[in-house]
Structure formats: structure tokens, C-alpha cells
Write a protein that binds this ligand. Structure first.
Ligand SMILES: Nc1ncnc2c1ncn2[C@@H]1O[C@H](COP(=O)(O)OP(=O)(O)OP(=O)(O)O)[C@@H](O)[C@H]1O
Ligand SMILES: [Mg+2]
Length: 509
């Protein structure tokens, strides 16, 4: 056998791809080759052009210039259907663009086959179910009929994400493109996904995988490609040099390690919660959340983190609110505006769906929740609004043309930065951050962590909800582990090991 390794010819090749939106040049000449049986990780800061590149590859956007070759032939990917017929399948970053509400999971799963007349029509869900069941089983997805019948409207984001993935795999792709598929998944769902990806790779599929998580890239990728400001600035094979990759992604000076935390210890109770039930069948919780420190609440999907945050924020009452006091005064929010009036803010998990109005400028989006504060006075102070938004754009490194740009036209991660920044602009009494690092690049992640800690050291009670131990360590002083609405661990972060935290996350009652 020869030990010489001739590289397999690429299945998909991009040559000098350029894409502009009006005068905004986003892709400035990208060359990229994807080979069968290899996973290429695409790295880049928020706004670098990753999703735009993917859209050009999947028939969503027509490139301004450049060539796409499939198996050596120039092809026109003029529509998503054309691309997928050629075997180029994509799972996009924004799931709400592609999920069809009002249809069941089953219908969404085989939507394209229905459209092409290859599966029973939408009108006959009964006839469709066995087909959908076979498709799900072939992908090793343990989906019940009840789940397949559900309206996708009722699904959480993680389930939507899995559904779209499954949809991309209904027929075996030649090229699979995944735009931040894990940013909405829990650890165990992500692991399920990794297994699927690795199996597809071993089957010879060429995979392009976008992620901001280096550990995940290290686990999956055969090659790394870095996109910076619309150009490829680095390519690597194993062994990877992540420090170099981050430098070519963000520039010199950005690649320093995260500083070790100076741990804070809050001495003043901000929120006192007594007899609060997260789920009807879960025990009544009593706990104190202190100002002057960051409390990290960690748990798997379904642990009750988001519910807990929503109860504290007045978004829903929950089965049994118990009694809460804020700085010693009774606190019983019936609506988020009650919470906001008391200085209790929530940066929600599903930011795109909650509180981002299409066509609104960054500046307006930024002041939206605070408008009621000025309800009786002059309604808006546009100058102050613009100044604050411009400041946030600079601080968080939001890639935007300016405070007047509409939030729709921002990249996914930049939208998230705007949403996080908006709740950090006035010092809160209690700041609840639900998965704040989701989808943001490493630079913004550090900035968010730094800000959150800054606010805690100025006295705010900061509560971060997450499902990742590394993220928790980056920001928290105290850890609370939640399992099905119960607290299984409550400790200072520097007194517990990762193993202990993970252990308590899976503790059964
Ligand atoms: N439809 C559009 N109209 C105008 N500008 C757009 C449009 N889509 C993207 N852009 C701009 O293109 C740039 C790149 O966005 P893109 O979504 O490709 O970034 P990204 O690398 O995927 O970032 P993220 O990590 O945040 O997902 C951004 O500055 C964005 O404002
Ligand atoms: Mg993107």
C-alpha cells in the first residue's frame, strides 16, 4: 500500500466569491474547497460573513461574482431547492426563517418531498405519519407519533433545530452545511448531533461546520478555515493552533487568555425567595440571591432555568410563586413591566423571538423596554438614544453601519450583542442573563462577562443561566445546580470541581 497521500479532489469548490449588499461589501473574494469525508470548521467573528457565505452556497443569495464548482463543474445554485437537488444541504442559523408554523413536525420534516410531490400531501397527515416515522427512525431519532403530530409552533428552539437537521438529512447529502447548529442545543443534544455528523463524515459527506465553540471544533473538525471581514485569513489542518486561529479571527491583542476571576462575595441579599415552585410537582424552593456577586444557575435542558427566570421577571407566575422580597420589600411582578420598574431585567434565551422588532433601528431596539419610563414626559430623546447605541456598538464590537441600521440586517451574533447590551445600559438591581454567550464570538463573550462582573462588583445581583460548565466558570462566583426544579448543589464556584458540578446536574431525586 502506498503511504503517499494524494488529497481527494474537492466535491465543492468556491472561487473568488464576492457578495455585496448595496455598497456594503461583505464577501471580498473567498476561495474554499470542501472534500468528501472531511469536516471543515468555519471560524470568524460576528459579522465576518460566515452566514452570507453559506447563503451564497445554498442558493439563498446569488453571489455578486465568483464561481461555485460541484464535482469539478461550474454550477448555478439559483435557489435553495436547486442546491438541495444537487446534494448541497444547509441548516441555517435563523431557524424561524425556514420552519413552517401551522404545520406539524412530520410535515416540516418532509416538507421538501411534499413540495416535490415525493411524499403524501399536507392535507393527509395520517398518510404522512408512517413516512415521517420511517425518516425519523432512519436518522436514529426517537420521535413519537405525538411529537410528529405537534404543531412546530409548540416546539422549543432546540427541538426546532433538531428538526431542521433531520430535514437536511432526509436524503443523503453530498455536502452538508451547518450554521451554528449547536448554539441552541444542550450538551446531550449537541452530543447526539456530533455523533450524527461524525457518522456522515465517515460515510463520505463533505461537511462545513460553523461554530464559536473551540472545544467543539477540536472534537469534530479535520480542517479549520478562518474568515475575517469577508476574506479567508487562515487555514489549518490538525494539530490545530487555536491561539493563532483566534488571532487571525480577531486580530492581535484579542487572543489573550481569559483573566482568572477575582471572586466576589456579595454581602447584601437582593432577592429573597420563599416557597417558590418552578414546576407543579417540584419541591418549594427557598433561596437568597445576593447583590455584589454573580450567581450561575446551571442545569440541563428542562431543569427549569428559563422558567425560574421568567417567574422572577414576571413573565409568568408559575405554579406557585411563593413569596419574594426585593431588598426587603415585597416583590410580586405580574408583568415584565413591574419587574423593569423595580430594576429587575431579563435578557431572554430566545432573543430573536422576544423583543426584537423587525425594521427597528439598533438605537430604537436599544431603548424599547425603557420607553415606558418616559411615558409621561417627552416620549423620546433621540439624540441620547443614538449616543448610547453608538457607545454600545463600539463597546461590544457590533458590526453595523451605525445606530440607524435596522436590526434585521445584522448578523445573528451581532443581534445578540445588541440584545444583551440593551439590558446592561442602565445599572440593574437584578440582572438575569439566560444563556448570554449563545452565538456571540469570543471577543463579545469576554466583553459580556466583563460587563456582567463589573455590574456585580458595583452591587448588582447578577444571575446567569447556562448549561455549560466552562461558561459558568468564566462568570460565576456562586453556583446553583438545578435538576427538574430542585437545587442539587449550592456552592462557591472555587470550592467545587467540574466533575462535582456535572455530577449534581444529573442527580436523580
Ligand atoms: N440581507 C442583508 N442586507 C444587508 N446586510 C446584510 C444582510 N445580510 C448580512 N448583512 C451584513 O453582512 C455582514 C455579515 O453578516 P453574516 O450574517 O454573514 O455574519 P456572520 O459571520 O454569520 O456572523 P455571526 O457569527 O454573528 O452569525 C454583516 O455586517 C451584516 O450586517
Ligand atoms: Mg452567522
Amino acid at each position: 500500500m502506498s503511504t503517499q497521500r494524494t488529497p481527494t479532489p474537492p466535491v465543492l469548490e468556491l472561487r473568488d466569491i464576492r457578495k455585496s449588499f448595496g455598497t456594503n461589501a461583505v464577501l471580498k473574494g473567498v476561495d474554499l474547497a470542501l472534500r468528501p469525508g472531511r469536516i471543515t470548521a468555519l471560524l470568524g467573528a460576528n459579522g465576518a460573513g460566515k452566514s452570507t457565505l453559506i447563503k451564497a452556497l445554498s442558493g439563498v443569495h446569488e453571489p455578486t461574482s465568483g464561481e461555485v464548482l460541484l464535482d469539478g463543474d461550474v454550477v448555478q445554485l439559483e435557489s435553495p431547492i436547486a442546491a438541495s437537488r444537487l446534494g448541497v444541504r444547509t441548516v441555517h442559523q435563523r431557524i424561524d426563517d425556514v420552519i413552517v408554523p401551522g404545520l406539524s413536525v412530520a410535515e416540516n420534516l418532509v416538507f421538501e418531498q411534499i413540495a416535490l410531490g415525493e411524499a403524501p400531501s399536507v392535507a393527509r397527515l395520517g398518510a404522512l405519519l408512517p413516512h415521517a416515522r420511517r425518516v425519523a427512525a432512519a436518522l436514529s431519532l426517537d420521535w413519537s407519533d405525538a411529537f410528529l403530530r405537534k404543531d412546530v409552533f409548540e416546539l422549543g428552539i432546540a427541538d426546532c433545530q433538531m428538526l431542521l437537521l433531520a430535514r437536511a438529512l432526509v436524503t443523503k447529502p453530498k455536502v452538508l452545511i451547518l450554521d451554528e447548529p449547536t448554539s441552541t442545543l444542550s450538551q446531550s443534544e449537541a452530543e447526539q448531533l456530533f455523533e450524527m455528523i461524525l457518522k456522515l463524515r465517515d460515510d463520505g459527506v463533505a461537511i462545513l461546520h460553523v461554530s464559536h465553540r473551540l472545544a467543539e471544533i477540536d472534537h469534530l473538525a479535520d480542517d479549520i478555515v478562518v474568515l475575517r471581514d469577508g476574506r479567508i485569513t487562515a487555514t489549518q489542518e490538525r494539530p490545530f493552533d487555536f491561539a493563532a486561529a483566534v488571532t487571525s479571527m480577531l486580530g492581535e491583542g484579542a487572543a489573550h487568555d481569559i483573566e482568572r476571576l477575582e471572586h466576589l462575595t456579595g454581602d447584601r441579599v437582593a432577592l429573597q425567595i420563599t416557597g417558590h415552585r418552578i414546576f407543579p410537582e417540584s419541591p418549594a424552593l427557598s433561596l437568597e440571591l445576593r447583590g455584589g456577586e454573580v450567581t450561575g444557575v446551571i442545569g440541563l435542558v428542562g431543569a427549569g432555568k428559563t422558567e425560574f427566570a421568567e417567574h422572577v421577571f414576571g413573565e409568568s407566575r408559575g405554579p406557585d410563586a411563593g413569596a419574594m422580597t426585593l431588598h426587603g420589600t415585597p416583590y410580586a411582578p405580574r408583568h415584565p413591566k413591574d419587574a423593569i420598574a423595580r430594576g429587575v431585567f431579563l435578557v431572554p434565551e430566545d432573543r430573536a423571538a422576544q423583543g426584537m422588532l423587525p425594521k427597528w433601528s439598533i438605537a430604537r431596539t436599544f431603548s424599547l423596554p425603557f420607553l415606558s419610563r418616559f411615558a409621561h414626559g417627552p416620549l423620546l430623546r433621540p439624540v441620547a438614544e443614538t449616543t448610547r447605541a453608538a457607545q454600545a456598538i463600539a463597546d461590544y464590537g457590533v458590526v453595523a453601519t451605525g445606530p440607524g441600521q435596522s436590526v434585521d440586517a445584522l448578523s445573528g451574533g451581532n443581534q445578540q450583542k445588541v440584545m444583551v447590551a440593551r439590558w446592561m445600559q442602565t445599572p440593574p438591581d437584578v440582572l438575569l442573563l439566560d444563556e448570554p454567550f449563545r452565538g456571540v464570538d469570543i471577543g463579545a463573550r469576554r466583553e459580556i462577562a466583563r460587563r456582567a462582573r463589573e455590574q456585580a462588583s458595583a452591587g448588582s445581583c447578577v444571575v446567569m443561566l447556562c448549561s455549560d460548565v466552562d461558561e459558568l466558570r468564566e462568570i460565576a462566583d456562586r453556583v446553583l445546580v438545578l435538576v427538574e426544579g430542585r437545587i442539587t448543589l449550592d456552592a462557591r464556584i472555587d470550592t467545587v470541581t467540574d466533575a462535582e458540578i456535572v455530577q449534581s446536574m444529573t442527580e436523580v431525586a
